[in-house]
Design a protein around this ligand. Structure first.
Ligand code: VTB
Length: 330
């Protein structure tokens, strides 16, 4: 091969089993009004499959601090301890509430990058985010107004501002962004939760999502950045401390809350793997569907180095899985 690199293992193909297991775990909690149970089932499903992956992973983005999260906590070592050494970001169920009330866009997702290359969010709970695909990547800027970004995106895509669809988390703090986008004449799709799937959808052609904007979770921004590294596009962010205390904590820990962070700041590696499986239907993926004795999952699998993006539809024979794994899937 041109640069002498022989075809090697594509970890994303193994990781899809991990996100499928998470989605199948929480699938039976869709619409049942219990988000904790849904999350736990996703974590259990993911955890069971992770040990089968040949890697030496450290969780950089996980379920939280060790004391609150019994599994997949930040700093936890996962995988079977073999090379490669990687940073891992997991969200076994991104959209716990969405799942519990049967709303769209809940996904199970995992991302891997070379050790030491993922941004650790620390005390930065929130980040102001701007995400778009390859066509608009060079046109976007977090220092110009939301309306200006819509206009730039429209121009780069060769469409009218009214043809641009922007997904924004429906929060008080995002009202100025919502107003600005509407001012530019674009469509605002408000979501109640779960900005990872729409962020990935924004970077992917043909999803109906052009941009994702607004203040949401920082960990979710890192996961979106991993996917954008694979798909092309851009994630721009600025940490958004909620108060002076949080700002001070960030500054003391060496973060600069005023600086714009780019895709590469969020995920610096160039061999990034991402897998995501739909839990409920959304712009990016279809949710888990049940059939007689089984279930069908829809996943997306990607790798930054090669730029390969795969869509994986899997039929799971739940009756068989239950028999040999002893796990309950229905
Ligand atoms: C954000 C968003 C996530 O939760 O973190 C949100 O990025 C929490 O926002 O995708 P609030 O604290 O304002 O509720 C999600 O929507 C789901 O985890």
């Amino acid at each position: 091969m041109a640069d002498g690199v022989a075809p090697d293992r594509n970890l994303a193909l193994e990781l899809v089993r991990v996100t499928e297991a998470a989605a199948l775990g929480c699938g039976r909690w869709i619409g049942r009004g219990d988000k904790e149970a849904a999350d736990q089932a996703a974590v259990d499903g993911m955890r069971a499959m992770l040990d089968s992956i040949s890697m030496s992973g450290v969780v950089v983005i996980g379920e939280g601090e060790k004391d609150e999260a019994p599994m997949l906590y930040n700093g936890e070592e996962i995988g079977n301890g073999q090379p490669p050494e990687v940073d891992v970001a997991v969200d076994p169920l991104e959209g716990t509430r969405l799942t519990s009330v049967g709303q769209p866009n809940a996904i199970a997702v995992i991302a891997l990058a070379e050790r030491g290359t993922m941004f650790f969010p620390g005390a930065a709970v929130y980040m102001d985010k701007l995400v778009g695909g390859a066509e608009v990547a060079d046109a976007l800027d977090l220092d110009v107004s939301p309306a200006e970004n819509v206009e730039r995106a429209a121009e780069a895509k060769g469409v009218r501002p009214s043809e641009i669809a922007v997904v924004i988390l429906d929060r008080e703090r995002n009202q100025p962004t919502i107003d600005g986008v509407r001012e530019a004449g674009a469509k605002v799709n408000l979501i109640t939760d779960g900005d990872v799937a729409p962020a990935i959808a924004a970077a992917r052609a043909g999803t109906g999502v052009d941009l994702m904007m607004g203040i949401g979770g920082t960990p979710e921004g890192v996961i979106a950045a991993a996917a954008v590294k694979c798909l092309g596009g851009v994630v721009l962010g600025r940490l958004w401390p909620r108060n002076d205390d949080e700002r001070r904590q960030l500054v003391d820990a060496g973060y600069d809350p005023d600086r714009i962070v780019t895709t590469d700041d969020l995920v610096g590696g160039d061999n990034v793997f991402v897998a995501a499986t739909g839990v409920t239907d959304g712009a990016l993926l279809r949710g888990v569907r049940y059939t007689r004795g089984g279930a069908v999952t829809d996943s997306i699998v990607m790798r930054s180095r090669s730029g390969t993006v795969r869509r994986v539809e899997a039929q799971h024979a739940l009756d068989k899985l239950e028999r040999f794994s002893g796990r309950q899937y229905r």
